[in-house]
Design a protein around this ligand. Structure first.
Ligand SMILES: [Zn+2]
Length: 72
């Protein structure tokens, strides 16, 4: 049996897209702490829809599993 980590992807509210750096918006850096992500220590948060100055934008945030909460 295997469980998909996506099950708790929405455990924490994402910061507003406009407050993030370009690297965070592109999923290069963690959306929560801003540190560059490395393979094996990444949770893909899936596609998110954001409103940027009245325009609907789809983006693909990623984060450290620990930054999503649940583990202190
Ligand atoms: Zn992080």
């Amino acid at each position: 049996m295997s469980e998909m980590p996506a099950a708790h992807a929405a455990a924490r509210e994402l910061p507003p897209l406009v407050e993030l750096t370009q690297l965070q918006q592109r999923g290069v850096d963690c959306v929560f702490c801003g540190i560059t992500l490395v393979p094996g220590d990444v949770t893909d948060l899936g596609d998110q829809l954001a409103d940027v100055f009245g325009t609907a934008v789809t983006w693909f945030p990623r984060a450290h599993p620990r930054c999503l909460g649940g583990v202190s």
